[in-house]
Design a protein around this ligand. Structure first.
Ligand code: 4AD
Ligand code: MG
Length: 479
């Protein structure tokens, strides 16, 4: 449908036929005998080379063909004499759709830093690196839907605007239509949210889980895949204020089933990318190797494709939080005082340096940690028999840390109500959630995968801001 794309032309168009190529100029090179134009339309990492003869076109026209300009080129697809491509286009006609003044156009054919490219997020998809990332991101999203569809899950669209704080962490963005300069007040002087759009306080969702559970209590296996918002002021390479989360929720799944699903799911979607994004992954692998070439051998990471294959081919290590604490207490960095946050004992919240020690140094593979202390986990997690731990599971990945957080859910009404009150949520606000435990409650489990963390892992990118087209983070909402 529509005009042929460069990917199709390179793969399937028969030689010695006329083709029309539309795309953006990556480079223009002039030699004595020919003018070479490399065109790319984002359909593939590969450019198509178009060749003109000197004198074939006016100097005036040629001057307007510069990096970033957009062209329609007509010509004959012929075998290429040059190395690097099998076919090229012998140009018969050029139409310039749009110029890009080299004095102004910021993307010149040289290496730009990722930081600089973040400032021009409206143009960075035109670079090899970002177009590769975006194509892989698309493939992973497709694989997610395919996986769940093939396994009997239904896609449930949970709301973006909510009145509840699913994680109980208070990191929410407010949604309001009130006039901030003229707020309606109650008689006591508090802001009167009854006059707000929804007649109550409302926020952007931090998770679709609570509504996901409602779906699972009817359809058995559902998943959500949508934008998620957290107003946590963390300027890290792994946090965004707006990210996409995938949250399956399954009736009749216990913690072990949940772990099995999480492991199978990530392995299958990574396998999909390995099979379907070879050229882009190879490009990113070379990019990383180049980036690390000045590092000493023992500090270099595994080549990207090997790293991905390793994760797909090996079982994840599974252990409890309690076992992890024992390992950390005996670890070298702990003994030598190298942890920024020393492990003081059972009950502490693990920081990413602890998680990364377990994954990268101790086990050297992905780890699933389970049965965390109840105090450091969310109110909805099922209490273990000992009354101290909950049926939580975090999946930890090399270079990333936590990629999945999930649990078996508390299905007992009284226990759940107790936990809700304990952490200071008004049960009135969650009456609908609590009612699922009153009417036909069932054991159930689920988890949340941070989509950008997955894309980060698969592309090998160091900063999460580079794996979403238009990142949102503290003090930044441009584009
Ligand atoms: O561990 P979290 O907070 O779990 C939940 O929200 C549960 N309701 C999920 C569930 O059981 N249905 O978040 C889940 C995952 C994390 O493991 C991480 O990968 C990602 O979401 N995540 C973020 N990704 C980017 N930026 C942030 N600020 C993130 N916060 C969480
Ligand atoms: Mg978590």
């Amino acid at each position: 449908m529509g005009p042929l794309q460069i990917k199709e032309i390179l793969q399937t168009a028969p030689e010695n036929q006329s083709v029309v190529v539309k795309g953006w100029v990556r480079t223009k090179r002039e030699s004595k005998n020919a003018i070479f134009i490399a065109l790319n339309d984002g359909s593939t990492i590969h450019n198509i080379q178009a060749v003109a003869e000197p004198g074939q076109f006016s100097a005036e026209l040629l001057l307007t063909i510069t990096t970033g300009s957009c062209l329609k080129v007509t010509g004959l697809l012929v075998p290429s004499l040059g190395s690097g491509q099998t076919v090229e286009v012998k140009i018969t006609d050029i139409e310039v759709y749009g110029t890009a003044d080299p004095e102004e156009y910021p993307l010149q054919p040289k290496k730009h830093s990722l930081e600089f490219l973040r400032e021009i997020a409206h143009l960075r998809p035109r670079t090899n690196t970002f177009s590769a990332i975006l194509r892989i991101r698309h493939a992973l999203a497709f694989a997610v839907h395919q996986y769940f569809n093939d396994n009997g899950f239904f896609y449930l669209h949970t709301p973006v605007i909510t009145a509840s704080d699913a994680e109980g962490a208070g990191e929410m963005f407010r949604v309001t239509t009130l006039d901030l300069n003229n707020l309606p007040r109650t008689e006591e002087g508090a802001i009167n949210f009854k006059e707000d759009f929804f007649g109550r306080e409302a926020n952007l969702t931090v998770s679709g889980q609570l509504e996901g559970e409602l779906g699972a209590m009817a359809l058995s296996k559902i998943y959500t895949f949508g934008p998620t918002f957290r107003a946590e002021n963390s300027n890290t390479t792994r946090h965004l204020a707006e990210f996409w989360m995938i949250e399956p929720e399954m009736a009749f799944f216990e913690l072990k089933d949940n772990m099995d699903l999480a492991e199978d799911f990530v392995k299958k979607v990574i396998t999909y990318a390995l099979t379907n994004c070879k050229d882009d992954l190879n490009f990113l692998q070379n990019r990383l190797t180049e980036e690390e070439k000045n590092k000493p051998q023992n500090e270099r990471s595994l080549p990207l494709l090997e790293k991905l294959a390793f994760v797909v081919d090996n079982p994840f290590e599974r252990l409890t939080y309690t076992e992890a604490i024992e390992i950390l207490l005996k670890s070298k960095p702990q003994k030598e005082g190298k942890f920024q946050f020393p492990v003081t004992g059972w009950g502490i919240d693990l920081s990413s340096e602890h998680e990364r020690y377990l994954v990268e140094k101790h086990f050297k593979k992905p780890v699933i940690l389970t049965n965390y202390p109840r105090e450091i986990k969310s109110f909805y997690m099922k209490l273990d028999e000992d009354g101290k731990t909950v049926r939580a599971m975090d999946v930890l990945f090399p270079g990333i840390g936590e990629i999945i957080g999930g649990s078996q859910r508390e299905e007992n009404y009284e226990k759940l109500l107790g936990r809700v009150k304990e952490i200071g949520i008004d049960p009135e606000n969650l009456w609908w959630y609590l009612e699922t435990r009153k009417f036909g409650t069932a054991p159930h489990s689920g988890f949340g995968l941070g989509f950008e963390r997955l894309v980060q892992f698969v592309t090998g990118m160091g900063n999460i801001r580079d794996v979403i087209p238009f990142p949102r983070y503290p003090k930044s909402a441009e584009f």
